[in-house]
Design a protein around this ligand. Structure first.
Ligand SMILES: NC(=O)c1ccc[n+]([C@@H]2O[C@H](COP(=O)([O-])OP(=O)(O)OC[C@H]3O[C@@H](n4cnc5c(N)ncnc54)[C@H](OP(=O)(O)O)[C@@H]3O)[C@@H](O)[C@H]2O)c1
Length: 337
């Protein structure tokens, strides 16, 4: 059987916000599988902030996306053809193989991850039960090192990573404050996710509002956004505080990273310095399964909630990335193919 694979190839590196002309849609026909290969029909594509960084031609912890190749990204789908003893037709799989609608891969490819059998929707394995959930889990536990009674502040609190950080913090006995953009997101974080407080950083009173809800200072700041939010947090950090630097999305479209004040500058210039470092979820790859199982248990027991923005149509992926970079998403941004 023949399958028509649609792919979004990176065509141009962006300056500032990535516009449509940065990608080119391309189609290829996939036929005959070789021995030990499988074919996955993609159902969902994950849209993540890190994708913006991969579009630049600069060195970081990961290589840049290559011009002419499928845009970097994770997908979740179902095996529709199998020449493998490891995968059966119907198996659900996550694949880190880029923006494409069919994926032909060797069954031992490390970019494939089998999805456990559950009733939980497949898209969740790109969000709370996927890379963002694991990022929250390891960043908070291994870098944030939370203790019961401590004050934990997390930015981008209604998003894929932030929701898991805050809810884990509550489970560990922390006093948890979220920071998010707009009243609707803040109400969700407080009323549905049960954070103790949530501050709207767009309200114009960030410094005072944050101070008011953190009477004992801040012990852990889980950094997702950078910019003015980091500036507001910095003076409230207690001695011995920890700052896991997960990302700084407000600065991803900057043209010259050397000219901006990143969270490393903000927290590195404090005296005494908080324990702060950038981390990447792949540092704990050999423990991913354990983390996923723990989060899965919490989700199954109704102790971990989340929200997804599911946009229909592969062709909407570029706009969805712009939405994530401007906060138009509410919860994990997914494309339904
Ligand atoms: N280190 C790692 O291994 C790793 C892995 C995954 C993700 N990350 C990082 O984790 C962070 C959150 O990622 P996510 O996947 O959970 O995304 P997300 O929170 O689901 O979506 C991004 C959110 O960022 C906020 N935002 C956008 N522009 C902003 C600005 N100028 N100022 C402040 N907030 C802004 C928006 O929320 P508001 O509407 O509330 O502003 C938006 O909804 C990102 O920095 C990402 O790069 C790091």
């Amino acid at each position: 059987m023949e399958y028509k694979n649609k792919r979004y190839l990176l065509d141009k590196r962006p300056v500032g916000m990535p516009e449509d002309d940065c990608w080119k849609m391309n189609e290829e026909i996939i036929s005959n599988l070789n021995k030990n290969e499988i074919l996955i029909e993609v159902k969902y594509l994950s849209i993540d902030p890190y994708m913006r960084g991969r579009m630049n031609d600069s060195r970081s912890y990961a290589a840049p996306a290559k011009i002419g190749e499928p845009m970097t990204g994770e997908t979740a789908g179902v095996v529709v053809e199998s020449n493998s003893k490891l995968f059966n037709i119907g198996d659900k799989v996550c694949a880190h193989k880029g923006w494409q609608t069919y994926i032909k891969a060797k069954d031992t490819d490390p970019a494939l991850l089998k999805v456990p059998e559950t009733d939980i929707g497949l898209s969740s394995f790109l969000g709370t039960l996927g890379m963002p959930g694991r990022t929250a889990y390891f960043g908070l536990n291994r870098v944030g090192k939370p203790k019961s009674g401590e004050t934990l502040v997390v930015s981008a609190a209604s998003g894929a990573v932030g929701t898991v950080v805050g809810q884990l913090g509550k489970i560990y006995g922390c006093y948890v404050v979220g920071i998010a953009g707009g009243q609707e997101k803040c109400s969700y974080v407080k009323d549905v996710l049960q954070f103790d407080e949530c501050i709207d950083y767009k309200s114009g009173n960030l410094d005072d509002d944050l101070k008011k809800v953190c009477p004992n200072g801040i012990d852990i700041y889980f950094e997702n956004v950078g910019g003015p939010v980091s500036q507001a947090v910095a003076p409230l950090l207690n001695n011995g505080s920890r700052v896991p630097i997960c990302g700084f999305i407000s600065q991803y479209n900057e043209q010259d990273m050397m000219k901006i004040e990143t969270p490393f500058h903000v927290f590195g210039s404090l005296e005494p310095k908080p324990e702060h470092r950038f981390f990447v979820v792949t540092e704990w790859m050999n423990e991913w399964e354990k983390a996923t199982q723990e989060i899965l248990k919490l989700v199954s027991e109704g102790k971990m909630r989340y929200r997804e923005t599911i946009t229909k149509g592969f062709e909407n992926a570029p706009q969805a990335l712009r939405d994530v970079l401007t906060g138009r998403n509410f919860g994990k941004q997914i494309i339904e193919i």
